[in-house]
Design a protein around this ligand. Structure first.
Ligand code: LM2
Ligand code: CA
Length: 497
């Protein structure tokens, strides 16, 4: 379950948070495929509660309140979902589903209908479409099942964390075969459509044995897109900040991949200046980061902690601009874990939903001539994945492959290294310039500095003027000013003149 099942050695994914299915389909064809992105984590596709309030309007987090497993959500219907999966696979880009199966919607929902018109009654614990009834939930079974009688009010007890209600969300009892079967039916439905894997939301709040049993019952991937007998990719969302809680990420690492929240915190703090950049030379499992290369999904920020949800944290995000770009570039350069790039929309309040018209129809992203997304200072899609320094680092990572870190050079505010003889990167933080003759590890040639120019492969030319000349012994004059726009330099063997 640890293989991301990407096509052609692709090594990174992007989370297109709240993007509609039709926009994702187009992005796979026009951008992600051509730029060698491996996959997309999509926002939850299942039917969810509709939240509306004059203050918070239509918050993004209604998506985390399931009403049924029908594929109808604010982001699109079943036909649009199928179309997206097909078109992305055909573009060589995999789809990973954000699966919310720990719970159904909040107990405060009462009686109503979800996005696809399915009925719910939370007083009766009834979800007609699945169907679930009161016997399928933990809390109604009494204090022996959930010792608090309702809410998760401490993280010191695994039983409370896993059998009580997270934020008032009605908690399912996964020890029951019936409940597992409904979840497996949902997983198999989207597997048969052609998805490659799943982010398993709130895995910390489910028992590892039950998660394992659910994974083991899933079908192999669709052979229209994947080799026979390919297992789905699973990455379990477990927030473990190493604070001594009862539940730890270590309990999940033998099952499938696990999200590593310490990784983003450590890299963020380093690029904020709390630690020296050259200390990153030993970055990895011995550095505080808990989850090993082949088991970790790594990221700097996610949709929760960039807005103070999900444990919050001291992480960089798009609002930090240049420091954030450098942190993402470092993540993509370093051979540890399967990296996930966050792609956001602008927000000022933590509940703000995606860009939308007056009827709450999510707006499709539109693009400037340079490929960036159209937005104003406070509104619109950010599209971090289209920033040049980020999009071109995805190709850099693919080119670096499994080559090791070599030729590491650096000091408090600067670093440079190569990945074997295939790729080289230099970073200067906070205005620190680099003017050095450094060993790049690369064969001699004239390379495009992909941090500031793009590469035209048919003409074998840089579509700009910034190049790096590597001599026959691998050395080159590396020069950046360290200021905004000129704090990053990277080259690889796939982009030389
Ligand atoms: C996650 N990972 O484990 C998601 O990444 C995170 O975004 C989800 O919380 C959470 N688990 C449950 O799937 C979000 C959001 C919460 C929000 C829930 C449900 O961070 O604030 O809770 O989704 O929409 C909201 C209200 C809360 C209310 C609850 C139920 O903020 O006050 O509790 O809905 O109505 C009564
Ligand atoms: Ca639970």
């Amino acid at each position: 379950y640890k293989n991301p099942n990407t096509a052609g050695g692709r090594t990174a994914m992007v989370h297109l948070f709240e993007w509609p299915w039709r926009s994702i389909a187009r992005e796979c064809e026009d951008f992600l495929g051509p730029h060698s992105f491996g996959g997309v984590q999509i926002s939850p596709p299942h039917e969810h509660r509709i939240l509306y309030d004059t203050n918070i309007q239509r918050p993004w987090y209604e998506a985390y309140q399931p009403v049924s497993y029908k594929l109808v959500s604010r982001r699109g219907n079943r036909a649009e979902f199928i179309d997206m999966v097909q078109r992305c696979n055909n573009a060589g880009v995999r789809i990973y589903v954000d699966a919310v199966v720990n719970h159904m919607c909040g107990g405060d929902a009462g009686v109503g209908k979800g996005y696809g018109d399915s009925a719910y009654d939370t007083d009766a614990y009834a979800f007609a479409e699945v169907p679930y009834d009161i016997s399928h939930f933990n809390v109604p079974q009494g204090y022996e099942q959930c010792p608090t009688g309702g809410p998760i009010n401490t993280y010191n007890s695994a039983q409370i964390v896993r059998n009580c209600n997270l934020e008032g969300l009605l908690d399912l009892d996964h020890s029951q075969g019936y409940v597992r079967d409904r979840i497996v039916d949902y997983f198999n439905d989207v597997i048969n459509i052609g998805v490659a894997g799943f982010r398993v939301d709130a895995s910390k709040h489910m028992w590892p044995d039950n998660i394992q049993a659910i994974f083991d019952m899933t079908d192999n991937l669709n052979t229209a897109y994947f080799p026979g007998n390919t297992r789905p990719f699973f990455y379990q969302e477990v927030i473990d900040q190493d604070t001594g809680e009862a539940v730890t990420a270590a309990e999940y690492i033998n099952i499938a991949r696990v999200t590593d929240f310490i990784y983003g915190r450590e890299v963020s703090e380093t690029f904020k200046g709390y630690k020296s950049l050259d200390s990153l030379s030993s970055f990895g499992i011995h550095w505080g980061v808990k989850i090993s290369d082949e088991t970790a999904v790594v990221f700097i920020d996610n949709h929760d902690n960039q807005r103070g949800h999900g444990g919050g944290g001291n992480v960089l995000m798009y609002k930090n601009q240049e420091d954030y770009k450098l942190a993402i570039a470092f993540m993509l350069s370093w051979p540890h874990g399967f990296p996930r790039i966050m792609s956001s929309y602008k927000f000022d309040q933590q509940w703000t939903g995606p860009p939308a018209d007056n009827d709450w129809n999510t707006e499709e992203p539109t693009f400037n001539a340079d490929g960036s997304c159209v937005s104003t200072d406070s509104y619109g899609w950010v599209c971090e994945h289209r920033w040049r320094g980020i999009k071109n680092m995805v190709e850099w990572r693919n080119q670096a492959g499994t080559e090791p870190v070599q030729n590491f050079w650096g000091d408090y505010s600067r670093l440079a290294f190569s990945r074997g003889n295939r790729a080289f990167i230099a970073i200067g933080r906070g205005g620190s310039s680099i003017n050095e003759r450094l060993q790049t590890g690369l064969p001699s040639g004239e390379y495009c500095n992909m941090a500031v120019v793009d590469y035209d492969s048919s003409a074998r030319s840089c579509t700009g003027h910034s190049t790096v000349n590597v001599d026959s012994s691998g050395y080159a004059d590396i020069s950046i000013s360290g200021n905004s726009g000129d704090n990053l330099l990277f080259i690889h063997v796939g982009a030389s003149k």
